[in-house]
Every structure is written in C-alpha cells, then in structure tokens.
Design a protein around this ligand. Structure first.
Ligand code: HEC
Length: 251
C-alpha cells in the first residue's frame, strides 16, 4: 500500500509539471498578472483581430499558419480571409510582416522581432505589462519610453486607444550614497478612445492570442495529458496485480 501511495504521489507531481506553463519573466521588475484565459475562444478571436490590425504591420508571426488559427479559433475560411488575412493569399501561409525588415531596422534602429514565440520566451505577464507600460518621455526619439523595456525603440502604437500617460519616479538616496529610483505610478495625461478597463481587456486579448500562437497545440497537449495520466494509473493497477500473481508462490 505504501508503494502505491508513493507511485500516486509521483504521478501527481508529474501531472503538476505537465500543466504548468513557462513562467519566464523579464528582469526583477514587478509585473502585474496578465490573467489570460487560453480556453476563452472569444478572447482569442478578438486578440487575433487586434494583432492583425495593430501589430502585423511591423511584426511577423512566422511560425503560425492562418488555417491553424482558423481551426483552433472556430473561424470559417471566409472569416479568416475577410478579417485576418490582409497580406496573405492562401490560408496555409504564415503571418508575414508587411514592412521589409531591413527598412524597419533603419527606421526604428532595431528590427521588430517575430512575435510567434515571444509570449513563451518572455512570459505573458511581461508582454501584458510591456503594452501597458509606455509613458511620455520627451528625450526619447519615439516620444515615449517603456517601464519594462527602458530605451525601447517600439513606438506607443496603441496611443489612440490608451491615450498618453506619464510615469512618476521617486529617487531615494541610500546610506552609501548610491541612488535608487522607484516607480510610483502612472498618471493619465490625455484620454484615449478606451477607458483603462477596456484597454486592459484589449491588451489581455492580444496577449492571450500571442500566448496561443506561441503554443498552438496547448489545448491538445492538456487534453492528451489527462488521458495519459488515466492510462498510467490504470496500467499501474494492472502491473501491481500482475506482479502479485507472478510472485505469489515465492515467499
Ligand atoms: C511601428 C512598428 C511597430 C508596431 C506597429 C508594433 N511594434 Fe512591437 N516592436 C517594434 C520594434 C521596433 C520593437 C523592438 C523594440 C526594442 O527591442 O527596443 C518591438 C518590440 C516588441 C516586443 C518585444 C519587447 C522585448 O522585450 O524585446 C513585443 C512583445 C512587441 N513589440 C509587441 C507588439 C505588439 C503586441 C504589437 C501590437 C499591439 C506591436 N508590438 C506593434 C515595433 C512595432
């Protein structure tokens, strides 16, 4: 019985590992939770539209095909073609960027990275806070800086929706003379088309979509994982019974 309990524990622990996602995050900056729901298909659909409308001009997502998105997000081919495929002809194409990377590098100083795996590489929370973290900085060439990626060359492309905000920092002098700067909060300077709740929702949907394209097979993996665990438990019982049967005469 003891052994059985131990096996069960091992199985449970492995199950936990199977369902945890990559929790990579940026540096030590305090990140608010993105709170995305990968099972919410409506949110993913809105996120896909947001991505195509506001990001795909600069960013590609080279590892994901339109027809995969269509299948996973319950979109008909017609909806795909009409609503998402602005710069593609065939549904098996991947999401290419409209802007040539060399020109982009010249304009921005840095080519916008491919976003297929970004949410996995940096974490959903990071991308969420990045998109909410633009604040006015007169000295920056883009007019804004970013709380989680200071000195970024990405402009505040969502300014129309969010409006502009200022960031307040407070400097503390430490005993040893060094200075630490802490972030105190944002202050809304100009209103955008959305209030802050709607903007959060917009960003959450977009990040949800980015997390989905970083691992389109997630749904399948999680479903399959459950069956694998059930199978393993079942097999464990069979194996125990077999062992008892085979060894019953050996004392
Ligand atoms: C006008 C062009 C442009 C648009 C539109 C744009 N970006 Fe960017 N983005 C950039 C550039 C340039 C960089 C590289 C910034 C850097 O590394 O400093 C970047 C970098 C990023 C990064 C990586 C940040 C990091 O830590 O390296 C993320 C995430 C990102 N963009 C998300 C988005 C999302 C989501 C959208 C759509 C809402 C979007 N971008 C729209 C130009 C753009």
């Amino acid at each position: 019985m003891d052994n059985l309990l131990r096996y069960a524990r091992v199985l449970l622990v492995s199950a936990c590992f199977m369902t945890t996602q990559g929790f990579a995050s940026g540096d030590g900056a305090q990140l608010a939770a993105a709170d995305i729901d990968p099972d919410n298909v409506n949110s993913l659909q809105r996120g896909a539209a947001n991505f195509m409308n506001y990001c795909s001009g600069c960013h590609s997502a080279r590892y994901v095909r339109y027809n995969t998105i269509g299948r996973d997000l319950d979109l008909s081919e017609e909806m795909l073609v009409d609503n998402l495929m602005f710069n593609a002809e065939k549904t098996f194409e991947t999401i290419q960027v409209s802007m040539p990377p060399a020109a982009a590098a010249r304009w921005f100083g840095k080519a916008p990275p491919d976003l297929s795996l970004m949410a996995r590489a940096k974490g959903a929370d990071y991308v969420y806070n990045f998109l909410k973290g633009f604040y006015v900085d007169e000295e920056s060439p883009t007019g804004v800086d970013n709380l989680v990626l200071p000195g970024t060359s990405m402009p505040h492309v969502l300014w129309e929706l969010q409006g502009y905000q200022a960031a307040h920092f407070v400097k503390h002098e430490n005993k040893d003379g060094s200075v630490t700067t802490t972030f105190e909060g944002f202050e809304q300077l100009t209103a955008g088309k959305m209030d802050s709740e709607d903007y959060d929702e917009f960003v959450r949907d977009t990040v949800n979509f980015l997390a989905y394209i970083a691992e389109p097979v997630r749904g399948f993996r999680v479903d399959l994982g459950k069956w694998v665990i059930i199978y393993l438990i079942f097999f464990l019982l069979i194996a125990r019974m077999l062992k008892k049967q085979i060894w019953k005469d050996v004392k």
